[in-house]
Design a protein around this ligand. Structure first.
Ligand code: ZN
Length: 753
């Protein structure tokens, strides 16, 4: 999977910018600069669009979800390619819980009776859409079994604030079936919040306003979601527990691993849930009465949107095969010639919900071209200094199964050796989007300056900057984008295979992809296939080539750098921004709650009451207390000082020969620089998530929460947790500052005065 709209990734890459940091060179040793450039040039010339087209045709020819025959065949085919290109490769298999539907029934039982189709029809012009025998039915994985009947309530996107609105309308979902639309949050949040409010079941539909005819012609005439198209997807409650196999949290799901019973698995939903099309949803919505839905809740169906409850009454029954299925990770290596115990890891998943041409094959095909290119360089005599590890993950779609189990099974070794993890998941036409560790911000900006955009024929960096300037919301923002040397990276939340690397292992990670020029409404449906991709997306695969060049160049530079290209200035700058965000959040909450309490005291809600459309006043609330940000302010300043010292020390060795033992010690520190930001105890109530700067939001899912311990203490009104969490984050930043100082001191000693 990936963040639903490409635009999301783009925005995160091009997010706000801040003051200009000091200029500094980005390579430590110029001794072999010419040779390095020459290898890079040879690498960049290798990836070919026609190979990517053929790989996509092969890999997406049949459905290839977890446990499928073609998924296994794809893993074997990938293994053979890596071996053919000279890599050491093997398949690592884990055994994971993967439920598939045994029974799916949704019917309206009042005021009239009808049964929903729950079926995506084949399309004659689309040859793979008719592979019915191998397609997984439309469903949400890790919903519990259930057989429930209740009045229907429309809950908009199903977010906590939507239920506050329902409260004001005097409407409860207790004992009801919540009908939510897709969008605005990761899908698993919808049944989670519905269950917390007492709903007994949850349906999630794709409104045509969000990815259907409101946005453009529907498939097969256009790229958008047709009437009967359904978004499959996982609803595992991983943000509150952990991703990966629900029966083996924190350990690799090997044959011998101790397993929980299915009934003990913490990450299954509390209520049954099923996704439906807007073709199926329309008659349900049309049968609702009760108040009109608030204006911004209304979608693009040609009906008045009422909230309910009822009189529509719905019967929802789902039952699953709770089977254990194998996931086959293809893991390939090129051993490092000089530093074999420093690993650069790069991954993309190979499983899909159905045929998965866009998700994941569009980016997997690019990864294969990188692998072929490294194989050719090997044959020409090149050897990487560090070990390069390429991983084609299985089981990403159900919830990062293959990557999480691999990371858990090899945690000790990966913590020791992994320099960085580079992820992709899907690709399209348009602008480069990058999220990732701020310590790699300068590095990845430099990579983007050296890749040519296939449409605009300018560096992809320049085009991303232009997009940011065109979209900037204020003159100040534009000024920052013009003046800041680098474009900021978005924060990594979750939704793809970097999650275990960032949140569990503390590995500096990057997630990249091109997009933003084409819309689509085929996400996780049978129509995400070769026909769709080659008609409506990067149909000549030139952005596939750009992705292979971008990621391959990043891997090559990480593998061959004398001194690893980490930098602390952007980290210091970014944490300062996160701190400002935190302060703004608290202040805004204080003002909002204070103002609302005042309106309640003034009797405003009583006075404006329309007796024909009655609404309730919101309840009074505790105003959030003042918090002590001082430890964090001091720590950010410390980190800024140390980052400046390291940047200066690094500039001091530019073009000089540095003794190998000094380089070894500094590289070892740099490899540890992301680990220092973890807490072994993890975040409150979710110890698997150990990163103190990033986590998926408990009520956002894929959306990142920065400084999550402190931020969620404010958002979730657990104010007493905030100060201790602020202190924990401050301590981690101080440790990072100490590490930067130590690395700087090493380089200073090696610099003649
Ligand atoms: Zn994907």
């Amino acid at each position: 999977m990936r963040a639903l709209l490409v635009a999301t990734a783009l925005v995160s890459f091009l997010a706000s910018a801040a003051p200009v940091p000091a200029e500094e060179p980005t390579t430590a040793s110029a001794a072999s600069a010419g040779a390095v450039r020459e290898v890079e040039g040879r690498f960049l010339a290798i990836p070919r669009p026609d190979n990517m087209r053929e790989a996509m045709r092969r890999l997406s020819a049949r459905p290839h979800h977890v446990g499928s025959a073609y998924g296994r065949e794809n893993a074997e085919w990938l293994l053979a390619r890596f071996r053919e290109w000279g890599w050491e490769a093997r398949i690592e298999t884990f055994d994971v819980l993967f439920p598939t539907p045994k029974e799916r029934l949704v019917e309206m039982v009042a005021p009239t009776r009808f049964r929903l189709a729950l079926e995506e029809p084949a399309v004659p012009v689309d040859p793979t859409s008719g592979q019915k025998a191998e397609q997984l039915p439309t469903y949400n994985a890790y919903s519990i079994d259930g057989d429930v009947t209740g009045p229907l309530v429309y809950v908009n996107y199903g977010l906590p604030e939507d239920y506050e609105q329902l409260d004001r309308l005097g409407i409860s979902v207790k004992g009801a079936i919540a009908l939510s639309r897709y969008g605005r949050s990761w899908r698993g949040i919808k049944p989670k919040v519905a269950a917390e409010h007492g709903a007994v079941g949850c349906l999630i539909y794709s409104d045509p306003r969000d990815d259907g005819y409101f946005e453009g012609d529907v498939f097969p005439k256009g790229s958008m979601r047709p009437k009967d198209g359904v978004q499959r997807g996982s609803v595992m409650d991983f943000p509150s527990s952990s991703p990966g196999d629900p029966l083996t949290p924190g350990v690799g799901a090997t044959k011998e691993a101790k397993r929980l019973a299915v009934s003990e698995a913490p990450s299954l939903t509390r209520i049954p849930v099923l996704p439906i099309s807007y073709g199926d949803a329309q008659p349900l919505l049309a049968a609702l009465e009760g108040p009109m839905a608030p204006a911004d809740w209304r979608g693009a169906l040609p009906i008045p949107y009422h909230v309910g409850p009822g009189p529509a009454k719905v019967h929802l029954k789902v039952a699953f095969n709770w089977d254990t299925k194998p996931v086959h990770d293809v893991v390939a290596r090129i051993p490092g010639a000089e530093r074999p115990d420093e690993w650069v890891v790069r991954g993309n998943h190979h499983d899909a919900w159905v045929n998965g041409a866009e998700d994941p094959v569009s980016a997997l095909a690019a990864m294969l071209e990188e692998a072929r290119a490294f194989g050719l360089l090997l044959k020409q005599g090149w050897k990487p200094k560090r070990t390069i590890v390429y991983c084609a993950w299985d089981g990403e779609e159900p919830m990062l199964l293959g990557s999480t189990e691999w990371a858990e099974a090899h945690a000790e070794e990966l913590r020791q050796k992994t320099v960085a993890y580079v992820n992709t998941d899907a690709n399209g036409r348009g602008y480069l989007g990058v999220s990732g560790a701020p310590t790699l911000e300068r590095f990845v900006n430099d990579v983007a300056r050296d890749i040519e955009d296939p449409e605009a024929k300018v560096p992809v960096w320049k085009r991303a900057q232009a997009r940011a300037l065109a979209d900037a919301s204020s003159p100040e923002r534009r000024k920052e984008i013009r003046q800041r040397k680098d474009l900021r990276l978005g924060a990594l939340g979750s939704g793809s295979d970097y999650t275990a690397f960032v949140d569990y292992l503390g590995v500096a990670s990057l997630n990249l992809g091109y997009g933003g020029e084409d819309d689509g409404g085929i996400y996780h449906s049978i129509y995400d296939d070769f026909h769709w991709y080659t008609h409506f997306s990067d149909s000549d695969f030139v952005y596939g080539r750009a992705l292979a060049q971008t990621v391959g160049l990043a891997v090559l530079r990480l593998a061959d750098a004398e001194l690893l290209p980490f930098d602390f200035s952007a980290l210091a700058d970014t944490t300062e921004e996160y701190l400002k965000d935190l302060k703004r959040l608290l202040q805004r909450r204080q003002e909002e709650v204070g103002e609302r309490n005042r309106l309640i005291d003034e009797g405003v809600f009583q006075a404006i009451l329309d007796p024909r459309r009655p609404t309730l006043a919101p309840p009074k609330e505790e105003v959030p207390p003042h918090l002590n940000f001082a430890p964090l302010e001091n720590a950010v300043e410390e980190l800024q000082r140390s980052a400046g010292r390291y940047a200066k020390a690094r500039a001091g060795i530019d073009g000089r020969a540095v003794p190998p033992d000094v380089l070894s010690r500094v590289n070892a520190l740099l490899i540890r620089s992301e680990r220092v930001l973890l807490s072994p105890e993890g975040l409150p109530r979710r110890p698997w998530f150990k990163h103190l700067l990033y986590a998926p939001g408990v009520y956002a899912g894929y959306g990142a929460r920065t400084m999550p311990g402190a931020r969620e203490a404010i958002e979730l009104k657990r104010y007493s947790e905030a100060d201790p969490e602020i202190a924990r984050i401050a301590k981690a930043l101080q440790d990072e500052a100490a590490l930067a100082d130590e690395a700087a001191a090493e380089l200073e000693k090696a610099t003649p005065r």
